[in-house]
Design a binder for this molecule. Sequence first.
Ligand SMILES: Cc1cc2nc3c(=O)[nH]c(=O)nc-3n(C[C@H](O)[C@H](O)[C@H](O)COP(=O)(O)OP(=O)(O)OC[C@H]3O[C@@H](n4cnc5c(N)ncnc54)[C@H](O)[C@@H]3O)c2cc1C
Length: 189
Amino acid sequence: MVDKDIVFTSNAVINSAGAYASELAKQVGVGKEYICLPFLGAYKKSYLTNKSPKRLIYPVPNPVNPFLGVHTTNTLYNEIKIGPTAFPVIGKEQYRVTDGFRLNELFEFILASKTLLKSDSVDLVSLAKEEGIKLFKKPLINRASKLTNSLSNNSSWKNHPSGIRAQIINTKSNSIEMDYSFPVTILMY
Ligand SMILES: Cc1cc2nc3c(=O)[nH]c(=O)nc-3n(C[C@H](O)[C@H](O)[C@H](O)COP(=O)(O)OP(=O)(O)OC[C@H]3O[C@@H](n4cnc5c(N)ncnc54)[C@H](O)[C@@H]3O)c2cc1C
């Protein structure tokens, strides 16, 4: 990296800009085949009315989709949290389905969707159907209830702030990817 008279050198640079990592990579001319598909992770929470479950409960991973699946989390405030969903959205900061998005994010979403529709590794249509329904309270509670029978005691379910899972899509191999690296020399000014 060159800044005025100073040259910074490094064997490796870790780009950890989350949903913006693929954009940042392209600014230095690498990772042109990678785009980001944001997935909305919505949660519900309720007061833990009895002492069960005592610990976090996770489902067995789904071999078709790389997501963690709906799980339960006990918070520090005597609450139980259930979620997340993994619903594909257009905006990298679209924390609610009704939130807006940028035009370039729409183009990227269309490209990512087309790429995954060609993919053998992810069934995007079934995923969107399955996850979309879980944005509603009852289906989400029903899914979490498969993990533990103690959730029926909790009735005051409220929305908990959502997250966005920044999923990298490889448009060359038509696949979902986790981390990636480039053995290249880059000069940044
Ligand atoms: C709903 C949900 C549930 C999850 N559950 C789990 C789980 O149970 N287990 C698990 O292991 N993982 C889970 N994850 C994934 C995990 O949260 C993320 O993988 C992790 O937070 C990613 O960390 P990061 O540092 O790469 O990105 P982020 O946490 O997104 O951080 C990126 C940072 O880069 C900054 N930034 C962006 N662009 C720029 C720029 N141009 N210049 C400077 N700064 C920039 C941003 O402001 C941000 O602070 C979940 C994610 C979601 C959304």
